[in-house]
Design a protein around this ligand. Structure first.
Ligand code: ZN
Length: 82
């Protein structure tokens, strides 16, 4: 089973579950019954928090091409350290 998105022009988006490959191009809206067209979106990708996505991207970039620095990074200001 997979979840497919549909968009009613009056009631907005809703999701239906079908076996993979059996989703129809349109489906009746559960609210008003009108013909709702299927919409395509990348599943689950939008749920990644932006800060986490940025950190993952930075990690991948760093693995391929580490950032070049021209000086020693400044000392961190952690409490309890001298
Ligand atoms: Zn509707």
């Amino acid at each position: 089973m997979a979840t497919y998105g549909y968009r009613c022009p009056w009631d907005g988006d809703f999701e239906l579950r079908f076996a993979i490959g059996t989703a129809t191009a349109s489906s009746p809206c559960p609210t008003c019954g009108c013909d709702a067209r299927r919409v395509f979106s990348p599943p689950s990708l939008a749920r990644t928090p932006p800060a986490l996505a940025a950190a993952i991207d930075a990690s991948w970039r760093s693995a391929e091409t580490p950032e070049v620095v021209s000086s020693v990074p400044a000392r961190s200001r952690e409490p309890g350290r001298t």
